[in-house]
Each structure stands twice: as C-alpha cells, then as structure tokens.
Design a protein around this ligand. Structure first.
Ligand code: SF4
Length: 295
C-alpha cells in the first residue's frame, strides 16, 4: 500500500502515517481483519502493492493510535498493563489469530474497556455490531492466553465531532464528548463459533479471488448502509416533523398537515463510498455504481 499526499500535509504527519507501528506480526490474521468484510480483505491482499491511500484519509486511524499515549499518561495500573505493549495470539482452525491490546484497560472488577475515537453518528444508535464482535474476540484472546475471561465489556467512545451547542439543543444528542457504552458479552463457546465462521468466510473469499470468481458480497451492516429516509417537512420549521422509512407513510402523514411536503434523504453505503480502499476494484460496488448510472 502506497501512501500519497494529495493535500500537501506537513511532512511530519505523512511520516507518522508511513511509520505505522501496527502490524499483525507473525499472525495470519488480526482481530481487526477478522471482523472486516471478507470480500474487502481478500481484495486488499490480492492488490496490496498497487493500492494507494492518501495520508489525509489515515488521520482518524492515526488519532486512534494516539489513545495509547493517552492511556500511558493516565498511568492506571491494571491487569492488562503487562500485555498492553504487545499482541496476544492463539491458533484457531489452522490460523494464527492476533489482537493488539494497547487501547484496552482491564480493571480489577473484570471490566475490559476499549478506547476508540468515533463520530457522534456512530454511537447514536448504540454499539455497532462490529465493535461487539471485536471486543468479544479480544476477550476470547485474553481467555485463550490463560487469563480469567473479563466479566464486562465497555466501549469508551471519544467523540471527535461532538458539539456543545448541539448537545444543548438536541434531546437525543450525547451530553458529553466521551460516552461509555456497555457491550453485550458472548459466551466463550459462542465467540469461538463466531471466530471459526469468520475464518471460513475469509478462506472462501481468498479462494474465490484465486479462482477468478466474485467473492461473497458484503452485507448491509458491513457496508455501513444508511437507509433512505422520507422526511415530512412543514413550512416554518427547519427540522423534519418526522422521518419515515417508507415513502407512502411519509406522503400520508404530510397530507394530514398544512403546508407540508416530503423530502427524500437518500441512503448511502458509507463504507463503500468513503472508507474502502478497494472500492474501485470491488465487483459489488462497481455493479452498484453501473446500475445507478444506467437508471
Ligand atoms: S466497496 Fe463496499 S462492498 Fe466492496 S469490499 Fe468495500 S465495503 Fe465491501
């Protein structure tokens, strides 16, 4: 993967992006890769040397890595302190799986916390499926390496786009720039089943690409799909009276109100549009764009 600098960012930032200390080490797959879409990982592996990513697009990942310094500065003594600097790994179904632990704290009450930079939008509807999976797989790695399995899981989200005026104005807006969210805990055997099933998906995608076939498509959740919404707008109001999932419901609602109309807020596959380095090589995304052009 080559790093470009299309926005003339300062050399120090580009160098920080290029000198990424994070790798899966000797493992076959990291926890981050395990939970990523199988199609995306297989395409990335296949085209790694021809891929480009701009330094500007790596800034959020860079911020995430800075959390390690934040936790060091906090100087909290915790059970994972001795493994915080390294990866834990385990062998599953012939794969060496590894996970990085430097953004995590395991406190004395048995709570494993993962610190992440995130957007307000990402946490508004609770913890994302992939974060639930990530934390449970990391918990499983702790257990597989001879530690007691943490009893509780929490995501500590540092909200990079949080706005104080929005918090004062909107009822369902996070009241502070840091949110602590409880994450559902899977059983150890449930987690192992998930890991084995993901590894099978990655194996299948890798074989599909080697055979010249299309890999299994990414799911709506993997594509971070936002559905199309139909907003009932009324003269004199800036915000929608109500957002509907179906056009018919929105039109029926608007018909009952004076001076109301329906505004379409198109859905999007957010990951495909903005956060997937292989979108230009992806058969699923390219077919979708071709269908949209033809419509
Ligand atoms: S572009 Fe979208 S569908 Fe294709 S690999 Fe990336 S996330 Fe999956």
């Amino acid at each position: 993967m080559n790093v470009t600098n299309n926005y003339a960012l300062p050399a120090a930032i580009v160098a920080a992006v290029e000198n990424d200390p994070y790798s899966r080490g000797d493992a076959d797959i990291s926890v981050t890769e395990l939970i990523a879409p199988a199609q995306q990982r297989a395409l990335m592996r296949e085209h790694w040397h021809e891929l480009e990513e701009d330094a500007a697009d790596r800034l959020f990942a860079l911020q995430g890595q800075l959390i390690h310094s934040l936790l060091e500065r906090a100087n909290i003594k915790h059970q994972l302190a001795d493994i915080a600097e390294r990866r834990l790994s385990a062998e599953v179904a012939g794969w060496a799986l590894s996970g990085q632990f430097d953004n995590l704290i395991l406190d004395d009450s048995g709570t494993l916390q993962d610190y992440k930079y995130s957007s307000v939008w990402s946490v508004k509807n609770g913890v994302k499926e992939e974060w639930v999976a990530q934390l449970n797989v990391l918990r499983w790695l702790v257990y597989a390496n001879g530690y007691d399995a943490p009893e509780r899981l929490q995501l500590v989200a540092l909200l990079r786009d949080w706005s104080k005026p929005a918090a004062m104005r909107e009822r369902d807006y996070p009241p502070a720039a840091v949110q602590v969210l409880d994450v559902p805990v899977w059983t150890i055997s449930e987690t192992l089943r998930y890991i084995v099933s993901r590894l099978a998906d990655h194996e299948a995608a890798r074989n599909d690409i080697a055979d010249g076939d299309k890999p299994v498509p990414c799911t709506p959740a993997e594509r971070w799909e936002r559905p199309t919404q139909y907003a009932v707008m009324q003269a004199g109001r800036k915000r929608a009276v109500k957002l509907h999932a179906h056009a018919d419901d929105a039109h029926a609602h608007a018909a009952q109100l004076p001076k109301a109309r329906v505004e379409i807020r198109p859905g999007a596959a957010v990951r495909c549009e903005s956060y997937c380095a292989v979108a230009h090589l992806c058969p699923q995304r390219q077919a979708e764009l071709a269908a949209a052009d033809a419509a």
